[in-house]
Design a protein around this ligand. Structure first.
Ligand code: ZN
Length: 117
């Protein structure tokens, strides 16, 4: 039973005419932990849409090896080829750099969205 007076409580204190809702600080974002074989834990924030299909693996932000969601059973480190041609080495280096740059960019964007810079 709503008696007189209570209805007025619906008025939000401190919410401006616009703005607050748009930032969506914790709106629909979830943090998922990934564990690498070196014992690091990587926390990856996902949007609600992304969280519906979480990647099985995520590169550890500390050491770069694949990290998995099961702390008891992290993915094995990528096998290291004992011998490489110079070309293969150079190509790999380039990929690593591009990958790192992309990750940095993605993380920066995420931090921006979450306002935790
Ligand atoms: Zn690691």
């Amino acid at each position: 039973m709503v008696t007189g007076g209570q209805a007025i409580r619906g008025t939000r204190v401190g919410s401006g005419p616009m703005g607050e809702m748009e930032r969506g600080e914790d709106a629909a974002s979830t943090e998922v932990l990934y564990h690498c074989c070196n014992g690091h834990t990587t926390t990856v924030p996902f949007s609600a849409e992304a969280a519906e299909e979480l990647p099985e693996e995520w590169d550890c932000v500390r050491c770069g090896v694949p990290a998995g969601r099961d702390p008891e059973n992290p993915p094995p480190p990528p096998s290291i080829q004992p011998y490489k041609t110079h070309l293969a080495y150079v190509q790999e280096r380039r990929d690593e750099k591009a990958g790192a740059a992309l990750l940095d960019e993605a993380l920066a964007r995420l931090r921006e969205q979450r306002g935790t810079v």
